[in-house]
Design a protein around this ligand. Structure first.
Ligand code: FES
Length: 137
């Protein structure tokens, strides 16, 4: 059985919907952590609480310079790490809104999947905390 077949189906679908996605990463590449140029533009960036942990490791994927993205903060999207509108489901009563962001350089980035980063939407290593790694997701 291949490693791919051992992943839950939603993980496989989410990971391979995007080009250049690597979802089996456990380490960052040592490059400086980028910041979101749209951070001060959208009020959603001021949300103080974080969503539920989707995964305990980040996604690495190529992002295009100047393109706008919506990163899922609630942790319930089935199109991780991006928003699929699940937070709008009135029956789920989700208060989180997605984080709009862009990048200034076309290259690969580590996007947070634990939803606990202090540098949304980029991984800042928070997922390595013991309380996050010990949590069942
Ligand atoms: S995945 Fe690294 S901080 Fe969330």
């Amino acid at each position: 059985m291949s490693m791919l077949n051992r992943l839950p189906q939603f993980t496989r679908l989410s990971a391979f919907r995007h080009k250049n996605v690597s979802c089996f990463c456990t380490k960052t590449d040592g490059s400086p952590i980028p910041t979101n140029p749209l951070k001060d533009i959208y009020s959603a960036n001021k949300q103080s609480d974080n969503g539920v942990i989707y995964d305990k490791k980040p996604f690495r994927m190529e992002l295009k310079a100047g393109k706008n993205y919506s990163w899922c903060l609630c942790g319930r999207s089935k199109n991780q790490p991006f928003c699929d509108g699940t937070h709008k489901d009135i029956y789920l009563k989700i208060k989180h809104r997605p984080i709009r962001f862009t990048v200034t350089e076309t290259k690969e980035y580590w996007l947070c999947n634990c939803k606990q980063t202090s540098n949304r939407p980029f991984c800042d290593g928070t997922h390595k905390r013991a309380d996050i790694q010990e949590k069942k997701v």
